[in-house]
Each structure stands twice: as C-alpha cells, then as structure tokens.
Design a protein around this ligand. Structure first.
Ligand SMILES: Nc1ncnc2c1ncn2[C@@H]1O[C@H](COP(=O)(O)OP(=O)(O)O)[C@@H](O)[C@H]1O
Ligand SMILES: [Mg+2]
Length: 227
C-alpha cells in the first residue's frame, strides 16, 4: 500500500531577482513499511520538501497524497487533525514542551485528540526508547540523546502512517547519533513503521535500504541497498 506520493511538487520562494526554486517538480512515492532516506547537500531543498510533506507549508505547484488523501485539498481544520493522527515529525532540535514531563510529552498527540494512550503500546515503546526510568523527568533534566528519544516517542505514539524526520541526529554526537539511528531502524522493523528521513550525511543514510538523492531541488538518483 502506498503511504506517500508526491506529484510534481514544486516550491518557489521570493520573486524577481530573489526568486529561488527550492523544489523543482519532485515526484516519488513511499510504500507502507519502507524506511527511506532523502540525501542531499545543504541548500538542496530537503527541509522545504519535508515541510511540504508535513503539511506545514504550501507548494507553489504539485500535490502531496498521504494515505490516499491530497493534503492540500483539505480544509485547514481537517488538515490539522489529519497531521496529528497520520504524520509523526522529528526535528533536529527536539521541540519538546519544557513544562511537560517525559510521559506527558510523548502522550501529547493522544491527549490533544481527547483520547487515552494505549498503555500496552506505551510500555513497549518506552522499553525500546529506554526511557522507562525517566517518565517524570522534565526535558531540561535530560541529555540531548534522551530528549530526541522522547521526541521520537511523541512522533510514534499515534502509530502514524508516516514518520518524517529532518536531520534528527544533526545536534548529537556520534555515539548518540548511532543510537538514534538504531532506534529508527528498530521502529521500522518491530512496528513496521514507515519512515522518511532526510540528511546530508551519507553514513546516516546507510541505515535505510532506499536512498533518494536530491540536488538543487531535483531528484537526481535513487539507490536500493542491503544495509
Ligand atoms: N523561507 C525561505 N525564503 C527564501 N528562500 C528560502 C527559504 N527557505 C529556504 N530557502 C532557499 O531554498 C533552498 C533550499 O533550502 P532548504 O530546503 O532549507 O535546503 P536544505 O534543508 O537541503 O538545506 C535554499 O537555496 C534556501 O536558501
Ligand atoms: Mg535543512
């Protein structure tokens, strides 16, 4: 089953002499259960692409389908709920809520839907994230690696169709980066979680079996490999 598809996705910023084509007719799709990396140098349009896939920005041209729905054809309030339920996002700088503890941060997307977290799933997730003994800690009481693990927990708690991760190891040392990448692989293998990750780092990209290379806003190459 197709989880994500883009059709001629294009984003231009500015106009006249300042016009930048950040993304230039990008078309690709991701199947359920895939772990895909978009690899490209700084300025190649990776963050622009991820913002468009996450429904936080609007394309100049083209479409994004997630779970079969054209997200930019949705009404604003429907898109907000859709994003929360179907898309999990992980950023370079964790973006945790400072006054909420670990458990509350992870469960936030569930609480916003006025639901209760599935305790069994939460328990299994906390074990994978190795956060079982940090539940009542605040983000300020955690290391960078631990904060990113909380952010990953928050992204996955709703069992979204798709996780989008923008340079998730960009702020971490090598040891923590390896650990975080190991976690993404595990979530993909244990829960069959579909993941789309972007990075400028070849080593990081090697954690996934499918790598799409982007340069100057265009897909220039695609590689499939054994990891
Ligand atoms: N808000 C913006 N206004 C104008 N230009 C932008 C904006 N955001 C990004 N760009 C430009 O679009 C191009 C792609 O940027 P970006 O998507 O951030 O690349 P990456 O994440 O791969 O480093 C760059 O040339 C950048 O300068
Ligand atoms: Mg970027």
């Amino acid at each position: 089953m197709e989880v994500l598809r883009t059709e001629n996705l294009t984003k231009e910023y500015g106009n006249g002499d300042n016009r930048v084509v950040a993304l230039d007719h990008v078309s690709f799709s991701v199947e359920e259960g895939e772990f895909v990396t978009i690899l490209g140098p700084s300025g190649s349009g990776k963050s622009t692409l991820l913002h468009l896939l996450g429904g936080v920005d609007r394309p100049t041209e083209g479409k994004v389908f997630i779970a079969g729905e054209s997200i930019y054809d949705m009404k604003e309030n429907k898109l907000t709920a859709f994003r929360r339920q179907k898309i999990g996002q992980v950023y370079q700088f964790y973006n945790l809520i400072p006054v909420l503890n670990v458990e509350e941060n992870i469960c936030l997307p569930v609480l916003l839907d006025h639901k209760k977290a599935d305790r069994r799933f939460l328990g299994s997730l906390l074990k994978i994230l190795k956060l079982e003994d940090r539940l009542t800690h605040l983000p300020s009481e955690l290391s960078g690696g631990q904060q990113q693990r909380v952010a990953i927990g928050r992204a996955v708690i709703n069992r979204p169709e798709l996780i989008l991760a923008d340079e998730p190891t960009g702020n971490l040392d090598q040891k923590n980066s390896r650990e975080i990448m190991g976690l993404f692989r595990k979530l993909n293998e244990v829960y069959g979680q579909t993941i789309l990750l972007i990075t400028h780092d070849r080593q990081i990209a090697k954690n996934s079996r499918r790598i799409i290379v982007i340069e100057d806003g265009k897909i220039v190459k695609e590689m499939r490999r054994q990891r």
